[in-house]
Ligand binder design. Sequence first.
Ligand SMILES: Cc1cc2nc3c(=O)[nH]c(=O)nc-3n(C[C@H](O)[C@H](O)[C@H](O)COP(=O)(O)OP(=O)(O)OC[C@H]3O[C@@H](n4cnc5c(N)ncnc54)[C@H](O)[C@@H]3O)c2cc1C
Length: 502
Amino acid sequence: MAASVPGSTEGKFVVVGGGVAGVTCAEQLAVHFPSEDILLITASPVIKAVTNFKQVSKVLEEFSVEEQPSTTLESRFPNIRVIESGVKQLKSEEHCVLTEDGGRHVYKKLCLCAGAKPKLICEENPYVLGIRDTDSAQEFQKQLIKAKRIMIIGNGGIALELAYEVEGCEVIWAIKDKAIGNTFFDAGAAEFLTSKLAAKKSQAEIANKRTKYTTDGRKKVAQSKASTGNIGSALGPDWHEGLILKGTKEFSHKVHIETECEVKKIYHREEFRISKKNSLAFPQNGQKPSVTTDNEIWPVYVELTNGKMYGCDFIVSATGVTPNTERFLFGNNFDLGEDSGLKVDDHMCTSIADVYAAGDICSAAWQPSALWQQMRLWTQARQMGWYAAKCMAAAASGDSVDMDFSFELFAHVTKFFNYKVVLLGKYNAQGLGSDHELMLRCTKGQEYIKVVMQNGRMMGAVLIGETDLEETFENLILNQMNLSSYGEDLLDPNIDIEDYFD
Ligand SMILES: Cc1cc2nc3c(=O)[nH]c(=O)nc-3n(C[C@H](O)[C@H](O)[C@H](O)COP(=O)(O)OP(=O)(O)OC[C@H]3O[C@@H](n4cnc5c(N)ncnc54)[C@H](O)[C@@H]3O)c2cc1C
């Protein structure tokens, strides 16, 4: 790699972002071009590497994400060079990026993988926390230790996990939908899960969590990051496992859900006092006695659009993310999606020549398969980073490349409320209109299975619990076989469906 000015580089491939998308992209480029230097520019001192990758079925995949020092990546791939500095500007006409440390890095092909940041209900309010990276998760844990009551605002994956994981602290959970987990579930699945919120966690769950408590390595890494004041990568699925999410009291769950409402106004203690408004005590809903009293004075109060007012120690804003694009927009005419991500086509190219994008920063703007939708998830960050590298390599060598198979069918496996959750295809009948049917099988406390059918074909499925059906259903969705003649047998627990379709 030629470096004419100190801190400046010239390389064929430059990747921005040390999260799952950026690291996967850089790794793949390094494999495609072993004699070429690949430059990875990232604002955080740790990178996120995919480990223990397992292809569970054709499309479903499972893996862990490890935070590693960038030197580990460099030693695994000697042709990757990591530059630890934030990009402050992209000069696409000159084919270069400028970094905070004064560097100027010229590229032939660039992939932007700078992720996304939490959308906060209120900026610069010390009582409103967003959770995105190791630092913010640790800050949350620190505040929770002293808390008697918190409010969670939002209804996506993070809110779901928090409501279940937080112990020893009252939780008021405000959602704008009728049922919890709207991003992932219908009302039936939500009801199945809600019963878990009222139950005590099993000893096994607690033990499992304690053994995974923060390692020294992770603490060191987090400290060095804090001192840089930079933007870290998004946490992954097991983000809460290294943290003890426990408030001041000795109980497992105490969650009250306020549905169909949003935050109207946030009052600091003094503003609340002057307003002469009243706040509510923690609703008992026939549960155990309250740990807080009616006359509690809270640091912050939240007025909801349903007219209710609650005081709490702090608020967690878990209302989605916004793509991290601002550093790249100045002077560059990017096409942006409705969610303000960088629009990418079916080869992960943005609207600017030689600039690709992958992961949370991008908005998929191609005509998607009838069974796929973009969601800002770990799995898609990995798949997009991998596919972007393949497209960049093909374009550099003048080859053509077909859309990757992983974009044929939406597939996601995760855990909510300690249940295994598999989501396939149009699992919530997204975009299917009213012309579809649902089939359900539910055993309380054990499993919840829902399939979405259209014209006799399976279009999607939600599998909660150890159902063992994911592979069979994945095949049935992918091959779009007409299943009309099977009717209800499809979910009959007495029929071994795997044998049926063998
Ligand atoms: C609390 C939490 C829980 C989650 N749980 C799940 C889950 O259960 N399952 C799931 O699939 N997904 C989950 N997600 C989402 C998942 O973590 C993200 O979709 C995924 O990590 C996105 O990867 P990425 O590489 O696109 O971005 P990120 O991981 O955000 O990485 C972005 C990288 O870009 C760098 N960067 C940013 N700006 C600049 C700049 N200007 N210059 C240089 N570098 C820059 C950052 O430092 C970082 O290294 C969760 C997210 C959060 C926050």
